[in-house]
Design a protein around this ligand. Structure first.
Ligand code: NAP
Length: 314
């Protein structure tokens, strides 16, 4: 008994904070075995292990979730290795979400529309990609503001991966109105064009268009403010110390709900400005939590222990 315990403790000590491709190539498992993880570059900051390991432990699933520092040119090999090592799946974070779909055997409809995957699942030896950002965002908005996207007039800042997932979710949930504001207007325009069919139906709205692409500039945003309820920051502006708010504080008004997808322990500049203006505002931790819970549900086909995961995150 003692010998067994000592051996298992030694094995546990071998578990690393961050694994690499070299580790995957010469895989030495630990106890409980690592069968899930997150691939990223950088990846040290990822909060996913703390959420997923809490869920695994709570559900008495004898496996661990680890961080993997995988460089862009290593992604193909790393994905083949998790197939061989019979992982349940992995999460993908920056910069792998875009390249991954092209390296997998199949993808769900959201991945095809958004162009990025953040979850991979091994099913009968085949690797399938999913994107849980949009659905995670919808659950987060419901939880934080007690509203459904279908009731809202939405302004999304950004037109990258996160913005595409959020905009598609708003379209699928039949949001009252969607405005996409981006630094490069042509990217916002392209996204709006892709979603046009969803907004073809009649809705009573007054003089403003149901679907619009605008530049991320003060004059354009000022014009929109009175005709939106929810503003989402899906740009990285606010991530670094000293960053400004992605839209000027003077534009914010008390009727607004603000969702900043950036997750940080401190208030982001946008959240601070919004609260000061008397609006409701929250950062992206709840989206991170819910996209993680959805990943767990995809991997294990069972409900995620959301309260346990939330507690681990906070
Ligand atoms: P991405 O694909 O690189 O897109 C970035 C977007 O931000 C683009 O539209 C880009 O505009 C815009 N942008 C970048 N720098 C800007 C600047 N200085 N001023 C104005 N616009 C700027 O990135 P992403 O993967 O969508 O991630 C965006 C944010 O979402 C990140 O902060 C990430 O942390 C967050 N996120 C959060 C969660 C969560 O669970 N909470 C999940 C996913 C992502 P251009 O097109 O003009 O370059």
């Amino acid at each position: 008994m003692t010998t067994k315990k000592t051996r298992s403790e030694t094995k546990k000590k071998l578990a690393k904070d961050v694994y690499t491709l070299a580790d995957l190539k010469d895989w030495r498992d630990v106890d409980p075995p690592i069968r899930l993880g997150v691939f990223g570059d950088p990846v040290e900051h990822s909060l996913s292990p703390q959420i997923q390991n809490a869920a695994l432990k709570h559900c008495k699933i004898e496996m661990q979730y680890a961080r993997f520092h995988i460089l862009p040119h290593e992604l193909r090999e790393a994905i083949e290795l998790i197939r061989k090592l019979e992982f349940i799946g992995v999460n993908l974070t920056i910069p792998h979400k875009i390249a991954a779909p092209g390296l997998l055997d199949s993808s769900d409809d959201d991945v095809k529309r958004i162009g990025t995957a953040n979850v991979v699942k091994r099913e009968d030896g085949r690797l399938r990609g999913f994107n849980t950002d949009g659905r995670g965002f919808a659950r987060a908005v419901r939880e934080e503001f007690s509203v459904d996207l279908r009731d809202l007039r939405v302004l999304v800042l950004g037109a990258g991966g996160a913005a595409r997932a959020i905009a598609l979710q708003c379209a699928k949930e039949n949001s009252e109105r969607l405005v996409i504001a981006n630094r490069s207007l042509e990217k916002a325009q392209k996204l709006a064009d892709e979603l046009r069919d969803f907004f073809a139906g009649p809705k009573v709205l007054g003089p403003v268009a149901r679907l619009q692409a605008v530049p991320l500039e003060e004059a354009a945003i000022r014009f929109q403010i009175a005709n939106v309820d929810l503003i989402i920051n899906a740009t990285p502006v606010g991530l670094n110390r000293g960053d400004p708010s992605p839209i000027p504080a003077r534009l914010l008004a008390p009727h607004l709900m603000i969702y900043d997808t950036i997750y940080s322990a401190e208030r982001t500049p946008l959240v601070s400005a919004a609260l000061e203006a008397g609006a409701r505002a929250i950062n992206g931790l709840s989206m991170l939590l819910h996209q993680g819970a959805l990943a767990f549900e995809i991997w294990f086909q069972r409900e995620a222990p959301i309260d346990v995961m939330r507690k681990a995150l906070l």
